[in-house]
Design a protein around this ligand. Sequence first.
Ligand code: GAL
Length: 668
Amino acid sequence: MYVGVDYYPEHWPRARWETDARLMQEAGFNVVRLAEFAWVMLEPDEGRFTFDWLDDALAVLADHGIAAILGTPTAVMPAWVARKYPETLATRDTGARITWGVRKNNCFTSGTYRLLSERITRAMATHFAATPNVIGWQTDNEFGHPKCYCATCRAEFQDWLRAKYGTLDALNAAWGLHFWGHLVGTWGEVQLPVEPGGSNPSALLDWQRFYSWLNVRFQHDQVQILRAAAPDHFITHNCMGLFSDLNYYDLAAELDHVSWDNYPVWGVPRVMGEAAAAADVMRGLKRKNFWIMEQSAGPGGWGSFGRNPWPGELRLVAYQQLAHGADGQIWFRWRTCTAGREQYWHGLLGHDGRPLRRYREAAQTAAEYHRLAPHLAGTTVHADVAFINDYASIWALQIQPGFEGNTYHAALQRYYDAFLRAGVNVDMVPPDADLSAYRIVVAADLHVLPDALAERLAAYVHGGGVLLADCRTGVKTETNLCHDRTLPGLLAAPLGITIEEYDVVPTELTYAIDGTLGACNAHQYVDWITPDGAAVLARYPDAWQLAEFAAVTRNRYGAGAGYYVGTVVQEPAFYDALIADLFATAGVTPLLTPPPGVEVSVRAGDDTTLLFLLNQTQEPKTVALPAGLRDLLAEADAGASVTLERFGVAVYALEKTPDAHHRLERTL
Ligand code: GAL
C-alpha cells in the first residue's frame, strides 16, 4: 500500500531534505510525487538538462524507503519557451495571446510545444528509468487547460471534422447548418465556435470533443515515450473527479491506472456525496481501483483559505476514498509553501515545517492503512447498480440546459445521494458498457441518446433489467440535434409513456405531488407525461393544468421495468422512497441500513469481504451490525453494534475462509 505526499524539494534548501525524508518515514509514508512543475529546473536552457538535483533528492528519499512518481513537467512551460517560441502560448477567444506567468499556458496544436514536451519527457524517462526508487509517472498535471483559439487550432479542427464527417454535405447535415443560413461550402469556412450562448450547439459539442481529443493526443505522445524508455514504470494521470471538460474514458484508456485529486471543501456536507460519486466515476474509468494523487491536507485557497480540517476529518476523507476503491493515498502537500500563489494552500506541515496535528493524523491513517493492506489486496467495489456517466450529455447540457439549473451532475447527484443514504454501492459506467450484469441502471439526464444506445437500454429492460430515466432524457442525437420523435423516443415502449409537452416551473413556484412515494414538492421543470401502459406512482393533485398527467411512472416491459421521473423533487425523502421501490422491483437488498450521516461501502475480493462504515457527522452514531464481523482496526471481533465517534470510521471483515464469506453474504 502506497501512502505519502506531494513533495517539492526544489522549494526548500538541500539541508532540509534529510529532515523531510526522515519525518515522512516516521509517518509511515513510502511514496512521494515529484517534479511536475519543475521543467525549468530540469531544462534551464533549451536542450541542457540538469537532473543532478533530482537525483540527489531521490537518493535522500531512497535512504528512507520512499518511492517516487515523477511528473512530466509540461503543465508549466519555462519562460524561455514562451520567449523563444511565442506560438506555443494559447490564444484566447478574443484573439489575444495569453500572457505567460500562471500555468497551463500552452496551445496543444503547437508542433513546437509538442516537440519540446516530447524532448523533456524522453530525457527524463531515459535518465530516471533505472533509478531504483522511481516507480511511475504522472503525465502533465490535471489536463484541462484553457481552450486555445489560434489559427493552428482552427485548421486542426477543420481537419478533424473532415476526418470525422468525410464530406461537407455530411457536416452541414450533422450540424443542421441550414439554420440561420450557416451552410459551409469549404472546410476552410468552418469557424471556431467562440460564443457559447450563440454559436451552433452541434458545432459547440464537436468543438468540445475535439478539445478533449487534443489533450488525449498530447498525453499519447508522452505515454509512447515513457513506455519505450521506462517500461517497468506505471503511467497515471491526476484527473479531477467530476471535472468534465475532457472525456476521461479516452484519457484513461492508455494509463495503467487512474489517479485523482480530491479537494473536498471542509464542512460542506454535500461535498462528501460528491467526493463519493467522483470516486466511483474514477473507479469506473478503467473498471479498476484508482489512486489519490492529491488530497487536501489543510485549509486551501489561493487568496483566502477555507476551513481547517477538524480532528478526524483528514482521516475520514482518506477512508472514504479507500472504501470506494483507492489503492494509493497521497496528500497535497507536504509542507505549506512560503512563496508563490499557493502560500495559503496548506500542507500536512505548516510554514514552520514542524510535524503538528495534521501530520500526526495522516501518520495515524498511514499506520492503519499498512495494517489493512493485506486485507485490501485484491478487493474492489462490486455493484448491482450502474449509473451511466456520459460526457456527451454533460457537454450538451452545458451548451443548452433546457431548463435553468439543469446540469448532468445535479441530476446524477439527486439519485446518487439516495443510493449513498441507502448504503448501496454503485458503478459509474460509460454509455457503451455492458449493462447485463446490473440489476438497476440509472440514466439520469441522459440527454444525448443515440438510437443504438436507446435500443440497448430497451433490450436491457426487456431482458429483466430495471431502468430509471428522468426528465430531458433522450432529447438529443449524437450531434446535438433534437430527435424528431415524440419523447421519450425509442424509450417510449420500455417506459410505457409519451410526453407531448413539457413546462418549466418558475423559481417561486412548486407543485405538490402525491402518490405511493409520499407527498412532496416538484420544482424547476415538469414533463406532461401521458401513461401508455405504465403505472402512475405520483401525480400533481393541485395543479389543474397537470391533472391528466403523471409525475412518476413505473412500467413492466418484458422481464424488466422502466421507471420515469418527469420532474425535479425538492425533498430527498422522495428519492429514498423511489429507490426503495426500485430495490423491491429489482430484488436488491441493502447490506445494512445505516443511520443518517453514516456512509457504508463494501470492497470484496475472492475470499474477503470488507465493510466500511464512515461517520460523516459531528455526533456519535450507533450502527447495528450483522453477526460474524471482525473489526480490523480494533483487531477484535465486533459486537452486535458499534458506536462511531464523530468523523469516526470502522472497517470489518469476515474470516477469510470461503465458507465464512458465503455465510456473511447470507447474513447480510
Ligand atoms: C491542484 C493542482 C495542484 C495544486 C492544488 C492546489 O488542482 O494539481 O498543483 O495547485 O490544486 O491549488
